[in-house]
Design a protein around this ligand. Structure first.
Ligand SMILES: O=C(O)CCC(=O)C(=O)O
Length: 295
């Protein structure tokens, strides 16, 4: 990776990379369409909020409502055909170069919606796991290493992700606080954020971003369906962040692991080992965990 890209990731909080060839775009798009069954169309097209992302949707329900769907993949039987997207060499290599060696996956999802869907998720930083009274400004500073990369890899062109470049490394400005209207989690839907820009991506291009960035999901009305692979990783060389706990490890039973490909099984075993080493998510946003004192 060029040094200028890494610099952009550190300073602006995101980079865009060409990842998939045309053949791979077609390959993954066919698999995703088969998983989703896009023939099912909602009969009512009125605006609907997307589901609460961390719970996730069931693949069999896709398209029944005119909204954006969020599917968790690595913990659910039936999603195996697309799992190899999560160890694409170009993605793993980029993550290693941005944050460090031995990437551990902690989020593997599909973001999908049919054409005609209106999508609006309020501006936020990905800090929903942290109680609002424990969210402190030092979490968003260049001095704190954020061991997390979040990625959107669309299989058709999209501009649903909006970001405020550079906001990952500083607390909210007074104007941003006004937009957040007193919440430290989500700004009210429909509120504009100063400096917010859409991230336009072609099919097969990925945006890799620091999810402490102020960002949102928004498309007025999708002219093309949304078909995006969404993933998150951290480097095993450093302690994880709260994002690491997103995968529901209780679903990673021995029986389920035995149904996975050897590569994905080994990735999940790395996940489970890291979970055993760092069992307590609530430590991950404490000052001592982020700035350990030298022994
Ligand atoms: O790309 C999107 O729809 C936004 C996703 C998002 O906000 C998130 O994953 O936190």
């Amino acid at each position: 990776m060029e040094a200028s890209l890494k610099k952009q990731f550190i300073e602006e909080g995101y980079i865009i990379l060409d990842v998939l060839s045309d053949k791979e775009i077609f390959h993954f798009r066919s698999i995703m369409d088969n998983l989703l069954n896009p023939e099912i169309r909602a009969s009512i097209n009125s605006k609907r909020g997307s589901s609460f992302q961390h719970l996730g949707d069931n693949l069999s329900e896709f398209g029944q409502e005119a909204r954006q769907y969020y599917f968790h993949l690595l913990t659910k039987a039936g999603t195996e055909p697309i799992h190899h997207a999560f160890h694409h060499p170009a993605i793993l290599e980029a993550v290693e170069q941005l944050i460090g060696p031995k990437p551990i996956i902690n989020n593997a999802s599909i973001l999908a919606a049919n054409e005609g869907t209106s999508y609006s998720l309020g501006w936020h930083r990905d800090i929903i796991q942290i109680p609002e009274d424990q969210i402190e400004d030092w979490l968003f500073s260049p001095e704190r290493f954020h061991n997390s990369v979040q990625i959107n890899l669309p299989l058709v062109e999209e501009n649903s992700l909006w970001i405020v470049p550079g906001s990952h490394n500083r607390p909210n400005t007074a104007e941003e606080n006004m937009a957040f209207s007193g919440s430290k989690h989500y700004a009210p839907i429909g509120v504009e954020m100063p400096g917010g820009i859409p991230v336009k991506l072609n099919a097969g291009q990925a945006v890799l971003y620091n999810n402490n960035l102020i960002h949102r999901g928004y498309t007025e009305t999708m002219k093309v369906p949304r078909r995006t692979i969404h993933m998150g990783y951290h480097s095993a060389a450093y302690p994880p962040t709260w994002h690491f706990y997103l995968l529901n490890s209780e679903l990673l039973t021995k029986e389920y692991l035995n149904t996975l490909s050897p590569t994905i099984k080994s990735m999940m075993e790395d996940y489970i080992a890291c979970r055993a080493e760092y069992p307590d998510m609530s430590k991950t946003w404490t000052k001592a965990y982020n700035f350990p004192s030298p022994n």
